[in-house]
Design a protein around this ligand. Sequence first.
Ligand code: 5GP
Ligand code: ZN
Length: 114
Amino acid sequence: MTDCIFCKIVSKEIPSEIIYEDDKLIAFKDIDPQAPVHIIVIPKKHIKSLNELDQNDSTLIGHIFLTIKELVKQLGIKEKGYRVVNNCGELGGQTVPHIHFHVLGDRKFSWPPG
Ligand code: 5GP
Ligand code: ZN
């Protein structure tokens, strides 16, 4: 998608601090971090939100979560605990319409979320 911020991060048209990349996904530091560790993990393929996922994406989504499992080790937050968040749609607080998973760590998170 030509006007999607995250697609532009994938194509490197918009610079970002990439911490991991492979042929299917990219992980980069959030520009406005809400915790000492705040990484955004996205598929390279443009998918608007969780609502648009279908059965063909199950391997991709599994790959994203297994990659997060490896990244939290590198980020030093695996044993301390961390939070993985997907905001979906307007009431869910999604501001970028390209599916993404926030990985937040290195502070205590409250529940319920605001
Ligand atoms: P959402 O609110 O859609 O769940 O999350 C979007 C996230 O993307 C926000 O945390 C926001 O700070 C981050 N973000 C928006 N634009 C950019 C950008 O250009 N670069 C980076 N690195 N993060 C961005
Ligand atoms: Zn996109």
